[in-house]
Ligand binder design. Structure first.
Ligand code: FAD
Length: 527
């Protein structure tokens, strides 16, 4: 039913329904009055409004089920069909975060990632954006992409913030949150440049009148496209449980995709004037590889940010200089309005150069994120707990990345992944410095209930660089500055994989901004 239309009625196929595919769909439908966008998503739709954050689901059992459904090969039915016993995936040093599945899950058809054991993905409408923490800082200093001019970048970020419903001052009215900022300011303020001290962490969501937050997902990025009352929704189709198996290329131009309906196993070709692949930082290069599109940088230059974390019981004496008992009572009352979502305040110290190449994220909550022994002296701490972590950057290197084996298929029938990844002196030195700062930050706020520790590689869930954009086709990038794959017309890549720089921050806002740039350029070409 989807004939590729004439140039004035272009059809765009988007692969992947996370925030980035959704940003492409939104900008293209809004910019091109005749365009039709067809989005394919391998996973199931979880919520009535497609792509909504599962954190907004009030019923705990329903929330649990939505998370389970997102876990691809580690979800019940598929896991069983692969013969992976339920226990196996939750044993061992770490488990996948709720709503995600490990790339190296250990069953038949599992990827191989000995150096990147916590690497994970989500497979559901909305992608990881249905499960994310919604932190949306902007890149700064060398994190920014050097070949995008500042004026344009500021405009792209503003559009990306609108698309994601970003709040710069979330929970700013929390007195305890402000007390935590004051303690961090006392400890670090003098060492940090003006404008880069402790502050609130921007988050994507809409504050509700009762003080709670409606967290944003791909739903808000799609906006009018999934609102039946909007005429724009007539030019958008979303197909869940639809796995794109190949991008078809003829004479150097993408002509459409071959897609499998996972309900019926029917396979069909869908022609398109433009194909956007936004299928995450591992499955985007995998799909390109499977399609015979193999620029030499594909899958390489993998980065993330390493995380050193700790948990602190807030000390009454320390915080008491900035917040009163009445402030705490007000805080507890506010939190009880929405007990299933206990985040009470989100603070940070952003990346700055040259002296603070880290980003510190500071989450304040009523309980520690793990079961604390009731006999622990800090158990049941009335002032609550701070869970915080320093993000540390990874320098891009060609050796780090994912390769694909045509001779070994994964559980979906794609060339299987092997991820190779190592920390070098550059990272280890900064990890040490970050750990020392974490000790200072913790001591400033209260008592340690968990020792600072480095999380295993892959834990950030922010995987970058594998389809990086670059200024020239010199073998160190996969796509041009507008995310158009080198050497293939009509094919664009999106997602954190496009980011070529070393980053400490949560990358989704940045990737949406890069997507807006790519979508604008694509619209110009299609119109
Ligand atoms: P994804 O959201 O991963 O979506 C890709 C989609 O493509 C998936 O649904 C997948 O099923 C689909 N797909 C893959 N292959 C195919 C195929 N062949 N055919 C059809 N569909 C396919 N980021 C932040 O910036 N801040 C945070 O605070 C933050 N916290 C996070 C917390 C958690 C628990 C998690 C899981 C993630 C977090 N992230 C955070 C990461 C953030 O969610 C991602 O950066 C973002 O979702 C990336 O968007 P995307 O559209 O590129 O990819």
């Amino acid at each position: 039913s989807h004939e590729a239309h004439t140039a004035s009625h272009p059809t765009v196929v988007v692969v992947g329904s996370g925030p980035i595919g959704s940003a492409y769909a939104r900008v293209l439908v809004e910019t091109l009055p005749e365009a039709h966008v067809v989005m394919f998503e391998a996973g199931p739709q979880l919520t009535a409004i497609p792509g909504e954050s599962v954190r907004n689901i009030p019923d705990p059992e329903e929330k649990e089920r939505a998370r389970e459904l997102s876990q691809g090969p580690q979800a019940g039915a598929l896991r069983e069909s692969l013969g992976i016993p339920a226990g196996v995936v939750v044993e061992g040093m770490f488990t996948a975060r709720q709503g995600t599945h490990l790339l190296d899950f250990g069953g038949e058809g599992s990827g191989h990632a000995p150096g990147f054991p916590a690497g994970a993905a989500s497979t559901n409408v909305g992608g990881m954006g249905a499960h994310w923490t919604c932190a949306t800082p902007s890149p700064a200093f060398s994190e920014k992409i050097p070949f995008i001019a500042d004026d344009e970048w500021d405009d792209l970020l503003a559009v990306a913030k609108d698309l994601l419903h970003v709040q710069d001052a979330a929970f700013a009215d929390s007195a305890v949150g402000e007390g935590i900022r004051s303690l961090l300011e006392e400890e670090f303020g003098a060492e940090l440049p003006e404008g880069y001290g402790p502050g609130t962490l921007p988050v994507a969501g809409d504050p509700q009148p009762d003080g709670t937050m409606r967290w944003a997902g791909a739903d808000v990025v799609l906006g009018p496209l999934v609102d039946a009352a909007s005429p724009l929704s007539e030019r958008f189709e979303l197909h869940d449980l639809s796995l794109v198996r190949r991008v078809e290329v003829e004479d150097g131009r993408a002509t459409g995709v071959t897609v499998e309906d996972l309900r019926t196993h029917e396979i069909r070709f869908v022609p398109a004037d433009l194909v956007v692949v936004a299928a995450d930082a591992f499955r985007t290069p995998q799909l390109l590889w499977a399609s015979g599109i193999r620029p030499s940088a594909l899958g390489h230059y993998l980065t993330e940010h390493h995380v050193v974390i700790t948990t602190i019981a807030v000390d009454a004496g320390k915080i008491g200089r900035f917040a009163t008992d009445a402030d705490l009572e007000a805080e507890i009352a506010r939190r009880s309005v929405n007990p299933v979502d206990p985040v009470a305040a989100v603070n940070r110290i952003p990346f700055s150069e040259p002296d603070h190449p880290f980003s510190l994220q500071v989450m304040y909550a009523e309980n520690p994120p793990f079961q604390l022994d009731p006999a622990h002296p800090a158990a049941g701490n009335r002032w609550g707990y701070v869970n915080m972590g320093y993000g540390v950057r990874k320098r891009p290197r060609v050796e780090d990345g994912v390769t694909f084996d045509d001779g070994e298929l994964d559980y979906r029938g794609f060339p299987n992944m092997t991820i190779e990844y190592e920390l070098t002196d550059a990272e280890n030195t900064e990890i040490e410095a970050a750990t020392e700062r974490l000790r200072r930050a913790g001591s400033a706020i209260g008592e340690f209930v968990a020792e600072p520790r480095l999380l295993p590689n892959g834990s950030s869930l922010h995987y970058m660089g594998t389809t990086r954009i670059g200024e020239t086709d010199d073998g160190t990038s996969v796509a041009d500055p507008w995310s158009r794959v080198w050497g293939v017309d009509g094919l664009v890549v999106g997602g954190n994989g496009v980011i070529p720089t070393a980053n400490t921050m949560n990358p989704t806002l940045m990737s949406v901004a890069v997507a807006v740039r790519g979508a604008r350029k694509a619209a110009e070409e299609l119109s």
